[in-house]
Write a protein that binds this ligand. Structure first.
Ligand SMILES: *Cc1c(COP(=O)(O)O)cnc(C)c1O
Length: 418
């Protein structure tokens, strides 16, 4: 039986996180069914005031003297991410640079820590920047890349990955939640398999942080990077986070030797001598304004609690899948994500040959998913501010667009941003 709107409403009535919706701009009044919080999270209502405070008081009035408090922003906000979202210990996470740059830094550091090994492993269906960074590092170092195939809908088979691990592999780069299908990888199991083979894993947590339970300490994870502008609601271009397990920090040295990683930084000493802790993975001056926005977003996620967010994410996507089965499948729309909620993150992807036209038709009707190649509509009902009735309404609009074929009026040609 397809769930009724009243059934979706009942789920909202029982939702312990329902109150968080009012703390995001637009969530209560813009009329959108916003299902793209996994690409750009909504803006917390507090964020403009937090930015204004840093701009007007700290920068405007405090001027250069404010560096006394700004200097540690990377480790301070990093700790909020680490302890509130990732299950890391204090002193293991730094807010700095972009996900792509942090991946480069940790990948090179990890490869240096495995001398004599000449292969890097990544997933053939991983997010492009991850594959490109791996390819670039391999090219620069004369290493080979083993691209492990993954099912585009079901994700990576751990047995296939295990088959690619041997004594030549230095580092594995892998997303915990696949950006397209949402397929979830078992972080602890893969970490253990890689360690057994003597390799390090750099996890990309971009689609996982704020969406699924991550207990990096318990999983024994060594290295990770991820975005703060998706489920962490840090805003467009917000700086990324990087994680390095405490026991590994002194052993690793990242390749961009900048003064923010330097011991006694203002001694302006002659030679690079990095601090012992997570600070050694910093490069240059941190983006103070952007970090203030990240802090607001991360505090909200931590307050909601990752266990409750992940549970709601599974429930929202389960409703979405039930409705897609009942209403969309008869029109040729296929589930392109794992069916088992325990095997996916907080987003679901649907396949249809005219996915791009469907996406445009949905956006015109106030439903905001995004398009992903080759023929996918990706729907991310971010659990912090999305209601069950939003999912119900969005799927109802989707059904209507398929029934009246209004998607046919939209161009097949793709725009620059999808
Ligand atoms: C969103 C995303 C990125 C983005 O990297 P940027 O450097 O912030 O542009 C990287 N990797 C994955 C897996 C992503 O989902």
């Amino acid at each position: 039986m397809d769930p009724t709107r009243a059934a979706a409403q009942a789920l909202d009535d029982a939702d312990p996180l329902a109150g968080f919706r009012a703390r995001f701009t637009g969530a209560g009044d813009d009329g959108l069914r916003y299902l793209d919080g996994n690409s750009l999270g909504r803006m917390p209502r507090e964020t403009p005031a937090a930015l204004a405070r840093v701009a007007e008081q700290e920068w405007g009035r405090g001027l250069v003297g404010s560096w006394a408090s700004w200097i540690d922003v990377g480790t301070r906000v990093g700790d909020l991410v680490g302890t509130g979202v990732l299950g890391a210990r204090p002193g293991e996470v730094l807010l700095a640079d972009s996900t792509s740059v942090d991946l480069y830094k940790l990948l090179v550091a990890a490869a240096d820590a495995r001398p004599g090994r000449d292969a890097l492993v990544c997933c053939a269906d991983d997010f492009p920047t991850d594959r490109y960074v791996v390819a670039g590092v391999a090219a620069a170092r004369g290493m080979t890349v083993r691209e492990v195939p993954a099912d585009v809908d079901e994700g990576l088979d751990p047995a296939v990955l295990a088959g690619a691990l041997d004594g030549r592999v230095a580092v594995v780069v892998l997303s915990a939640v696949a950006y397209r299908s949402g397929a979830l990888v078992d972080v602890a199991a893969v970490t253990a398999a890689a360690r057994e083979a003597g390799a390090l894993v750099v996890w990309d947590l971009s689609h996982a942080a704020g969406a699924v339970e991550l207990d990096l300490a318990a999983a024994g994870a060594d290295l990770a990077v991820g975005c703060t502008y998706k489920y962490l609601n840090g805003g467009p271009g917000a700086p990324a986070f990087l994680y390095v397990r405490r026991e590994l920090q002194e052993e690793l040295r990242q390749p961009i030797w900048g003064w923010f990683g330097q011991r006694d930084q203002f001694a302006m000493g002659p030679a690079y001598d990095p601090v012992p802790g997570i600070g050694r993975f910093a490069v240059g001056t941190p983006p103070v304004l952007a970090a203030a926005a990240v802090e607001v977003g991360v505090r909200l996620v931590a307050e909601a609690g990752i266990g409750r967010l992940a549970a709601k994410g599974r429930a929202l996507t389960a409703l979405l899948v039930d409705l897609a089965d009942a209403w969309l499948a008869p029109h040729g729309v296929a589930l392109a994500s794992p069916r088992d909620p325990a095997r996916r993150g907080a987003h679901v992807t649907l396949a249809h040959p005219h996915a791009w036209q469907l996406t445009q038709a949905l956006v015109d009707r106030g439903v905001v998913p995004d398009f992903r190649t080759p023929d996918r509509v990706r729907l991310g009902p971010a659990p912090l501010y999305t209601r069950f009735v939003d999912v119900w309404d969005a799927l109802d609009v989707f059904r209507g667009v398929l029934e009246d074929r209004s998607w046919e009026g939209y161009p097949e040609e793709r725009s620059r941003v999808t």
